[in-house]
Design a protein around this ligand. Structure first.
Ligand SMILES: [Zn+2]
Length: 341
């Protein structure tokens, strides 16, 4: 048997947690989630002599457990639907290394959050961090909602943020870096946004996403058709709404949804967070077949998470996406021309 990958270690940890008592279950499940975000395969870390307890969420006891799995690889159980079909950051980095020119095409990142909503850092800090990665633009896409819990912007906060972005862009004029005014607008289960059309006028890019009624198992095609046909929405964000070890993808007639997205000029996102990886690979292949435009966003809530973008890049590469159909491979002027069409 070959050494378990981080994905397999995640499943071994999660499955061990499933059968543990409450306290240990949470530790195992947190570690399983963290395993998806480790940038290197644990097997190579150990070969390099790095103590596994240096990994986030891994204490001495879990490190010893993982060492045991590396020494004597066990059978990895079939994951339940809420853990099936995910990829890890370590997988993404290795996949991109096979085709180094692919990731060089990246020019920006079209989903991230600041402390205007649930991000941990200021708009300026996120911008500086993204610029230092070599991008030429980002979209700041804080949540709508207008409530402190879950954190979302009301209309005055949207205006304040847009003014702050104008000042930031003016200050960076000449550096060739641009902050795009974006928003991640909540869509209700009927596909209707929670921001009035007129209040969206200052935004250059509107992501629409579902954050409610995500555990239903019956067919959700009508809400998706309404979402991609919603004239305010430029990008359908984290489309299936799946979350690692929490809930599987919503179910829909995806070829019909993608066809409607193309007809409406709505892009479909590949969200990079390893706990989302959304679209999943098998749906990326369906979307490629349909010919959709893809948006890519890290969904970073702090500067370190900007590096999750590699997950989307690797999924797009592995899914056979045409580079011409990837918004972040285009110049910012082309992205904005597209979103304002
Ligand atoms: Zn979201």
């Amino acid at each position: 048997m070959s050494m378990p990958t981080n994905l397999e270690i995640a499943e071994l940890l999660a499955a061990a947690g499933d059968s543990a008592d409450e306290y240990r279950r949470r530790a195992y499940h947190r570690a399983a989630g963290a395993a998806l975000t480790w940038p290197e395969e644990v097997a190579s870390l150990r070969d390099a002599g790095t103590p596994l307890s240096s990994l986030p969420q891994i204490g001495d006891r879990l490190a010893a457990r993982i060492e045991g799995w590396l020494d004597d690889p066990p059978e990895v159980p079939e994951p339940p639907p809420s853990r099936a079909g995910f990829v890890t950051l370590a997988w993404a980095r290795a996949r991109l290394a096979e085709d180094p020119d692919w990731a060089d095409q990246i020019r920006g990142d079209l989903q991230m959050h600041s402390n205007y909503s649930d991000g941990k850092h200021t708009l300026g800090e996120m911008t500086v961090a993204a610029a230092s990665r070599g991008y030429s633009y980002i979209a700041i896409t804080d949540h709508s909602g207008g409530q402190p819990v879950p954190p979302g912007m009301n209309v005055p906060a949207m205006k304040r943020q847009q003014n702050e972005i104008d000042r930031l862009n003016a200050a960076m004029d000449g550096d060739g870096f641009r902050v795009v005014k974006g928003i991640e607008m909540n869509l209700d289960p009927e596909g209707v946004g929670d921001v009035a059309h007129d209040d969206l006028t200052g935004f250059e890019l509107v992501l629409g996403s579902f954050h409610s009624k995500l555990r239903v198992t019956d067919d959700q095609t009508p809400r998706y058709l309404a979402a991609v046909r919603n004239p305010s929405v430029d990008v359908l964000a984290h489309p299936t709404a799946r979350r690692y070890n929490r809930r599987p993808s919503l179910d829909a007639d995806w070829p019909a949804v993608f066809k409607a997205a193309i007809e409406s000029g709505t892009a479909v996102e590949i969200d990079s967070h390893p706990h989302r990886g959304d679209l999943p690979l098998e749906l990326i292949r369906v979307a490629v077949e349909a010919g959709v435009m893809f948006s890519i966003g890290s969904d970073a809530h702090d500067p370190e998470e900007l590096g999750f973008l590699d997950v989307s890049l690797a999924l797009a590469l592995d899914g056979g996406v045409d580079p011409d159909r990837i918004l972040v491979f285009k110049d910012v002027d082309d992205v904005l021309a597209w979103s304002s069409r």
